[in-house]
Ligand binder design. Structure first.
Ligand code: ZN
Length: 182
């Protein structure tokens, strides 16, 4: 097992665009293993390399019993949106908010051996692909919320135990990820 610590909101690495993978080498395979182990341990439905402090375009996912990874992802999104599906993030422990996302996504990229991969997802899987690819661009789910939700989220972040300020009791609401964050 190679479980890494997960970077929390406020860490600059989460706001830094990640670089494309060029070398499909042993280091990349170790990164995919670290991401997978860390995601499963959390547990989470997805994890992007910047969340463990690595600035490369790689993420892992575990949704509806589909476990995998994608390198250098490129997304094609449906026009129809799920406006109010709940979403969480391992870099914002305990918080989840309605976050608009495309209902369907086709994700093209590569596996860790450099073979081309095309993944299709709807609902939670599509949400995961969008959330993780955003991480690779330094974009966080709070950026995708409508202004009212973002205001609520920022207040909860300021008050969260992990932000280093006073700690309220955070209620987890049942949501689409089954309690797993991304
Ligand atoms: Zn996240």
């Amino acid at each position: 097992m190679a479980i890494q610590s997960i970077r929390l909101f406020g860490d600059p690495v989460l706001r830094t665009a990640a670089a494309p993978v060029v070398d499909f080498d042993k280091e990349l395979r170790k990164l995919v293993k670290d991401l997978t182990d860390t995601m499963m341990d959390a547990p989470g439905a997805g994890l992007a390399a910047p969340q463990i402090g690595v600035g490369l375009r790689v993420f892992t996912y575990y949704v509806d019993d589909r476990l995998g990874h994608l390198v250098n992802p490129d997304l094609d999104l449906s026009a129809d949106l799920d406006e109010d599906g709940e979403e969480g993030c391992l870099s914002f422990p305990g918080l989840s908010y309605p976050t608009p996302r495309a209902v369907r996504a086709v994700a093209k990229g590569f596996d860790m051996h450099g073979e081309p991969v095309t993944l299709e997802g709807t609902d939670l899987m599509a949400r995961c692909f969008q959330h993780e690819t955003d991480h690779l661009d330094g974009i966080l789910f709070i950026d995708r919320m409508d202004p009212k939700q973002r205001k609520l989220a920022m207040k909860a972040i300021r008050e969260a135990e992990w932000s280093g300020l006073s700690a309220p009791v955070i209620k987890m609401s049942p949501h689409a990820t089954g309690g797993r964050a991304l």
